[in-house]
Design a protein around this ligand. Structure first.
Ligand SMILES: Nc1ncnc2c1ncn2[C@@H]1O[C@H](COP(=O)(O)OP(=O)(O)OP(=O)(O)O)[C@@H](O)[C@H]1O
Ligand SMILES: [Mg+2]
Length: 243
């Protein structure tokens, strides 16, 4: 199969996301075109309020654009209903957030098993797959711990295990290292790199140039629009997301 005939994994055309009406209208995204190929590792950067998380929510099928089209893995998804979007998210996308979003009353293993509850996987297999995902992120010896018994970096690794347990095509991470120290940040980036090496597409929002430099391509947002979709990591030294 030639890579040239595969559709892009992500293709946004003329995507707008508008919140509110009239006087209170906010153009969170305005006429965004974006293509990301299968297997890429990208960072999204830009000032606060520039539309990065809104774009991630649309890409992640957590939210629909107000107008424009979105094709995910060749399928038009912009106007699907909530159930159809949830189904696509569950099959194709893993999410990682700044604050981990683990359920505190569950163990690491139970947290990682959660996304499989909706997929009809038998319970013994759910357990096996969760164990292997936790081993993949280096937490084979912390499976019965609850989130409060884990460090921030360990909690984020549980969240990454949860994101990969359904074998997604795409990992979306919104400031995944924002709550981590620099050493732990490097561990998380090494994991993303290893996942990308297996062919998983990784798209990550970050405010940190050093984090963005670990990717292949940087997409720069300002005022709800993409001002540069193909910045090379070595060329962002002079750019800042503040101001
Ligand atoms: N649910 C909402 N209702 C109204 N306005 C919203 C909503 N979500 C986001 N916005 C507005 O849309 C714009 C883009 O927000 P977004 O969260 O995408 O920015 P961001 O680039 O992720 O910023 P940050 O770096 O601070 O996380 C902002 O002006 C924000 O106030
Ligand atoms: Mg944001």
């Amino acid at each position: 199969m030639s890579p040239l005939i595969e559709p892009p994994l992500i293709k946004l055309n003329g995507v707008c996301k508008v919140y509110g009406l009239n006087d209170t209208e906010v153009r969170a995204l305005w006429d965004v075109d974006l293509t990301i190929q299968q297997g890429e590792y990208c960072a999204i950067m830009g000032p606060s309020g520039s539309g990065k998380s809104t774009a991630m929510n649309v890409i992640g099928c957590l939210d629909r654009p107000t107008s424009g089209t979105y094709h995910l893995d060749g399928e038009a998804v912009a106007h699907l209903d909530d159930d159809a979007l949830a189904h696509i998210r569950n099959r194709k996308i893993g999410f990682v957030f700044q604050q981990f979003h683990l359920l505190p009353q569950l163990t690491a293993l139970e947290n990682v098993m959660l996304p499989m509850v909706y997929g009809g996987t038998a319970s013994a297999e759910r357990r096996d797959r969760a164990i292997s995902a936790l081993e993949q992120v280096g937490l084979g010896d912390r499976m019965v711990n609850k989130p409060t018994q884990l460090s921030g970096g360990q909690q984020q690794r549980v969240a990454i295990a949860r994101a990969i347990v359904n074998q997604p095509l795409l990992i979306l991470a919104d400031e995944p290292t924002g709550a981590l120290d620099s050493h732990t940040t490097q561990d998380v980036l090494a994991l993303f790199q290893a996942l990308n090496d297996t062919g998983i597409t990784v798209v990550m929002v970050t405010h940190e140039p050093d984090v963005a430099r670990s990717t292949q391509r940087i997409i720069w947002f300002r005022d709800g629009a993409i001002v540069n979709a193909h910045l090379a990591p070595e060329n962002i030294g002079h750019l800042t997301t503040t101001g």
